[in-house]
Design a protein around this ligand. Structure first.
Ligand SMILES: Nc1ncnc2c1ncn2[C@@H]1O[C@H](COP(=O)(O)OP(=O)(O)OP(=O)(O)O)[C@@H](O)[C@H]1O
Length: 215
């Protein structure tokens, strides 16, 4: 994995429903850095992650990847980014393995059926790989979404909204190892969680949006 990496939030501000969620937000993430975004329900965590991904736009400031505004570095940024949203992005009417193939293709990194099934097996979903996603539990649906972490390790920046939600204890532990390995290999991570998960990362920071704020 290439070592040089820089994600910058520069004086970022976000308005939603006529309300200011945060403003004046500045931070930089480099290889090996992890940023946990915390805060109460509705404090703006998902909104911030969507801004960082370029899925919505800030009311002020900009997000920079390798020093360039992500709006003018879309292709390069898209190739480096893996985003998993809060709602998992899985479609009920697809089989579990089809969801992995579709999500990977939409992200510009197509995988085969065999690769998708292998990733699902690694997450303990081998027997469920050929079931309609509608028939899966919430934790199993989350695991379908997380399968991409096992397939797209070349993505250097992982932005994960509530990746631990609905997971059982063993799967939380396994995901923690996956995230720590990503960081140790020079990746970077932005994530949210309401759970007390202990992620061992040498350069770990927390941004608390409940403070209403600037960090
Ligand atoms: N498209 C939108 N239009 C209007 N208001 C919005 C929109 N998206 C989000 N909001 C509001 O912005 C606020 C922040 O929402 P957001 O989803 O970012 O919170 P969160 O910190 O991720 O919450 P949670 O912990 O519940 O997931 C909420 O009050 C929400 O209602």
């Amino acid at each position: 994995m290439e070592k040089r990496m820089s994600l910058q939030a520069c004086q970022l501000a976000c308005m939603r429903g006529g309300r200011s969620l945060f403003h004046g937000l500045d931070f930089t993430l480099e290889a090996g850095d992890a940023l946990r975004v915390s805060g109460a329900n509705g404090s703006g965590k998902s909104s911030l992650l969507r801004l960082l991904c370029g899925l919505s736009f800030p009311s002020a400031g900009e997000v920079r990847w390798q020093g360039r505004d992500i709006r003018s570095a879309r292709e390069e940024y898209g190739a480096a980014l893996l985003y998993l949203g809060h709602a998992n992005g899985v479609k009920d009417d697809l089989l579990a393995w089809e969801n992995v193939v579709v999500a990977s293709t939409l992200a510009g990194r197509p995988v085969s059926r065999a690769q998708a099934c292998a990733a699902l097996s690694a997450l303990g979903l081998g027997p469920q790989a050929h079931l309609p996603t509608l028939a899966l539990s919430q934790g199993q649906r989350k695991r379908v979404a997380l399968a991409r972490l096992h397939l797209q390790q070349e993505a250097r920046l992982w932005i994960l909204d509530e990746p631990f939600a609905a997971l059982d204890t063993a799967t939380i532990a396994a995901l923690t190892v996956t995230l720590e390995r990503h960081l140790a290999q020079g990746g970077a991570l932005v994530y949210t969680t309401h759970q007390p998960v202990a992620l061992r990362a040498p350069r770990m920071r927390t941004l608390d949006l409940s403070m209403g704020a600037a960090c």
